[in-house]
Design a protein around this ligand. Structure first.
Ligand SMILES: NC(=O)c1ccc[n+]([C@@H]2O[C@H](COP(=O)([O-])OP(=O)(O)OC[C@H]3O[C@@H](n4cnc5c(N)ncnc54)[C@H](OP(=O)(O)O)[C@@H]3O)[C@@H](O)[C@H]2O)c1
Length: 117
């Protein structure tokens, strides 16, 4: 199993996978050398690599990274700003038909927006 993200969740899953007989390849954002203690703790069925190598190594790839930061970075990289609208329990605040819905595509003068082609 390849792990992208080896924090609380990733390392706990890796331990369970090892106990079930799997080999694991861990990775994080800072590089494999920073996972030396974790790998030593998990034993000989564990190793560390870059995220790309971990993804390639596993028949199963587990991604346990802080999603909000990763998604925010991606959305900003394609030219949009991210507004945190709160947790799922607060999603009623942005229900269809309420003012929080802005113009998704096209100029702001077009209140209905323009569908994607
Ligand atoms: N912990 C919980 O109880 C819990 C419960 C439910 C859900 N979750 C969710 O599960 C996910 C993981 O939580 P966690 O507690 O395991 O987080 P964590 O302990 O902070 O670990 C995050 C891991 O992701 C790595 N990472 C971050 N950005 C990366 C990138 N771009 N490429 C590769 N690796 C990257 C970090 O590496 P570096 O340290 O090198 O940056 C670290 O190993 C989060 O989305 C969290 O919201 C956690």
């Amino acid at each position: 199993m390849g792990f992208i993200g080896s924090g609380y969740i990733g390392s706990a899953l890796a331990r369970l996978a090892i106990e079930a007989g799997h080999r694991v390849v861990l990775s994080n954002s800072r590089g494999p050398e920073t996972l030396a203690d974790t790998v030593a703790d998990l034993g000989p069925r564990a190793s560390a690599a870059t995220s790309g190598e971990a993804a390639a190594a596993g028949d199963i790839v587990v991604v346990t990274v802080p999603v909000k930061a990763t998604v925010t970075e991606f959305i900003e990289s394609i030219g949009y700003g991210v507004v945190d609208a709160g947790p799922l329990a607060d999603s009623w605040r942005q229900a269809t038909g309420t003012p929080v819905w802005g113009t998704p595509y096209g100029p702001y003068s077009n209140e209905k927006g323009r569908p994607v082609d």
